[in-house]
Write a protein that binds this ligand. Structure first.
Ligand SMILES: C[S@@+](CC[C@H](N)C(=O)[O-])C[C@H]1O[C@@H](n2cnc3c(N)ncnc32)[C@H](O)[C@@H]1O
Length: 145
């Protein structure tokens, strides 16, 4: 399950390298869902990260890449707990963050859709506070990149 799958390029690639793998994706962008590759389109559906339309423990792996920082804190909490709920135990979240003042400024300038601006230690605190047990990583707006 890819939460915020966009046009689902990653899910498509996964089905190519792991034949037989069953994938699902949700996104709130009808444009992205409609413009995903035809081979995978029927595996995608409209769905909000903060209300994932699947049962508890439904997926072997849940990922969410470059999506959750777009949510405001009250939806972010729900989304993190939803990912935990629908996963059998393995999950991976990647969001944009910052490690210093420069990267924070870069993020404020360049990340137009961000609603949750948190430093790495704050994200880690939130994950722990909300009971998230999966893996995670961050990307940063470094100078000159
Ligand atoms: C930067 S794109 C990342 C797409 C894809 N995960 C990738 O890494 O290429 C962020 C995606 O999150 C989706 N999104 C934003 N808020 C969402 C929400 N509340 N629930 C589900 N998807 C959401 C957007 O529509 C967009 O497709």
């Amino acid at each position: 399950m890819d939460v915020g799958c966009g046009m689902a390029h990653l899910l498509y690639e996964l089905t190519q390298v792991v034949p037989g793998m069953i994938v699902n994706g949700i996104d709130i962008s009808q444009y992205a869902l409609e413009h995903a590759k035809e081979e995978i389109r029927d595996r995608l559906q409209y769905g909000q990260a903060q209300n994932i339309p699947f049962d508890d423990d439904e997926f072997d792996l849940v990922i969410s890449l470059a999506t959750l920082h777009n949510l405001k804190i009250y939806d972010l909490k729900k989304a993190v707990q939803e990912i935990e709920r629908v996963s059998k135990g393995k999950s991976y979240i990647m969001v944009e963050s910052f490690r210093n003042d420069r990267e924070e400024v870069n993020m404020l300038y360049w990340q137009l859709t961000c609603a949750s601006y948190y430093a790495v230690d704050e994200w880690e605190w939130l994950y722990k506070e909300w009971g998230y047990t999966g893996d995670y990583s961050f990307i940063f707006f470094e100078d000159g990149k």
